[in-house]
Write a protein that binds this ligand. Sequence first.
Ligand code: VG1
Ligand code: CO
Length: 580
Amino acid sequence: FTVTRKETTPFDGQKPGTSGLRKKVTVFKQPHYLHNFVQSTFNALPADKVKGATLVVSGDGRYFSKDAVQIIIKMAAANGVRRVWVGQDSLLSTPAVSAVIRERVGADGSKATGAFILTASHNPGGPHEDFGIKYNMENGGPAPEAITDNIYANTKIIKEYLIAEDLPDIDISVISVSSFSGPGGPFDVDVFDSTTDYVKLMKSIFDFKSIQKLLACPKFTFCYDALHGVAGIYAKRIFVGELGANESSLLNCTPKEDFGGGHPDPNLTYAKELVAKMGLGKLSSEHEPPEFGAAADGDADRNMILGKRFFVTPSDSVAIIAANAVDAIPYFASGLKGVARSMPTSAALDVVAKNLNLKFFEVPTGWKFFGNLMDAGLCSVCGEESFGTGSDHIREKDGIWAVLAWLSILAFKNKDKLNGEKLVTVEDIVRGHWATYGRHYYTRYDYENVDAGAAKQLMEHLVNLQSSLDNLNKAIKEIRSDVSDVAQADEFEYKDPVDGSVSKHQGIRFLFADGSRLVFRLSGTGSEGATIRVYIEQYENDSTKTGRDSQEALAPLVEVAIKLSKMEGFTGRSAPTVIT
Ligand code: VG1
Ligand code: CO
């Protein structure tokens, strides 16, 4: 092949957000748009991570992925990359990409040093919906801010990109290696099986035999919904192929470019079919719900865990996994190095860390902040309130891993009960946890796609309120007299304990004297307008009061949050788009 230099001019707004660049497909389809971002990434990386390097390119299979893969292959060739690894049909879940970077060794001994992941995660897909791209590093984790800032700086000054226009399109539906020769030497494209490396890793972490026994027990019924995302191919291999679950326990496990028209976000609002099947929500059906249900987002890094007629909050989920990991999961048998959560995630994990005497870290939203801690051997298990849970087996959150962790805990708790009368249920485990550690009532209100200017004004208003604690508390008491005082109000700032880098403006916090919290953030993953997230939390350690309905228990704080922020005044919204 030959290398062509194409002239181009910068596009505005190619700044990677919480997790890469996410825009409407119509934006990505503009001539040179994707090219500019890919070239800017190559320009931002150290030369040895491009020239002669091995790169992974794949994603959740959403609309435009197939075109994007061919473009990136041609640009990689032209930029001197030695080989590109592509999952069959360009499918690899985000956690599988992380595993492939860390674990896969090519036939010639090669190892990958990075990846382009093609996903907009939980955002809908299709010609009029979202596409996304993000770069992951040699440790398997998302590029840190120093790199994403550098990519963005390059997008603003780009003048040309390199592409091998005469390289033929690669048939990515067939596992095979295609070899080419260019001006800089040989170039290979290796299309490989999307599930093998990931499945092998999962088998090295969990006791598959004990999960098999649980799933074989007629009293234990199981259900998994991939929402037509990439998780489906892993669910088939692992839950059915390896663990013996019935094919009929899988919902929506065939990946689709538009996720079947749905919103591939595993929460109580968007995973409607599963929620109904589990006996939750208005649509709940007549039949007896399964004992365990779970769902994933488009790129399979998120998870929702449900019991029969029971929802496990993601903040509780990570705390419960941490509390049981050593007993139930062989990978952690020798102990946890530490645990971490994102700032808006509830403090349920903090209480576990304290009781078990574990190192504990609170980081800003987004998985990239956990990576440094894990690389330094400081953290084993971590999680976010946004349905993200994971461990140091890779450097991304991992939806299937979380399900296997829960199945392991259930298998452990039921190991002597499989022939008995009654199984320990998901609900029993959660209620038992609250009885030991107390309960963090928790909810998140999302106001999606509000006017960006209005959202900014609302945030400024909140920051202004923080200038006087006295006035703030007066204002709050006028809204509700039955909430405790705000003891500290600030914007969260994080100093990375490993590299000393500082991240500012990571969310507006109101910390109450009784341990309650209100947090406000603007989303960094949307593609249109702004999304305001309001996180509301209250701690209760009187075990007679941990069984209340969560929305009811949180009603006073919710009222304070909405009125204090003047939500309706600024945004015109009288209700959130999504409550989780
Ligand atoms: C959201 C979540 C955050 C998560 C991020 C990426 O970010 O709040 O916790 O890490 O999505 O998840 P934001 O900035 O919109 O609040 V994924 O599964 O979309 O890559
Ligand atoms: Co995701």
